[in-house]
Write a protein that binds this ligand. Structure first.
Ligand code: SF4
Ligand code: SF4
Length: 165
């Protein structure tokens, strides 16, 4: 192929793409909206509820301090440490709850599967970057705060493939 043919082919390919709608989003101005609230697990049926595996949400009123989430994580990432909490709950005599290090977490969701008390879910929050390692460690107090997630662009699946608004 000579140079002129190569240039024409390249221009032709570029021009074709001018007519095709851009698929990528202009992050962070645009963010894809996930379906559902995030990954959850129903221990009574043993069924996982599909969803994004982002930052966890811990429900203090349900956590018994049983440590099963921490044990589940041990063989994966050792991202969970059980720490003392100042609150007193009848159902959590040791007053311990999970703290998660997102510098180690691989977002596998096994800790959520291991929790028998509906105390640990995952959310759609993936924006966890921090300037320090310490900033990646989320205490039980931080984990109980529902993250503010602003995702506005919905994906549409048609028989011609996936597009977004
Ligand atoms: S999601 Fe993170 S914290 Fe939970 S088991 Fe997997 S690596 Fe550990
Ligand atoms: S989050 Fe669930 S598995 Fe982890 S300590 Fe609390 S009750 Fe146990």
């Amino acid at each position: 192929m000579n140079t002129a043919t190569g240039i024409i082919k390249a221009l032709n390919s570029g021009i074709k793409h001018l007519a095709i709608k851009r698929f990528t989003l202009r992050y962070p101005e645009e963010k894809l909206k996930f379906v559902g609230d995030g990954y959850q697990f129903d221990p009574s049926t043993g069924v996982g509820i599909a969803g994004s595996k982002g930052r966890h949400m811990l429900f203090h009123d349900k956590c018994t301090g049983c440590q099963l989430c921490s044990i589940a994580c041990e063989g994966v990432a050792e991202a969970i440490g059980m720490v003392k909490v100042p609150e007193e709950h009848k159902h959590n005599k040791k007053a311990i709850m999970p703290q998660i290090d997102y510098g180690k977490c691989v977002f596998c969701g096994l800790c959520v599967d291991a929790c028998p008390f509906y105390a640990l879910y995952m959310t759609n929050d993936y924006e966890l970057s921090s300037f320090s390692k310490e900033g990646l460690i989320y205490t039980p107090a931080q984990l109980q705060v529902k993250p503010y997630v602003s995702q506005d662009v919905e994906i549409q699946i048609t028989n011609r493939g996936a597009t977004h608004g």
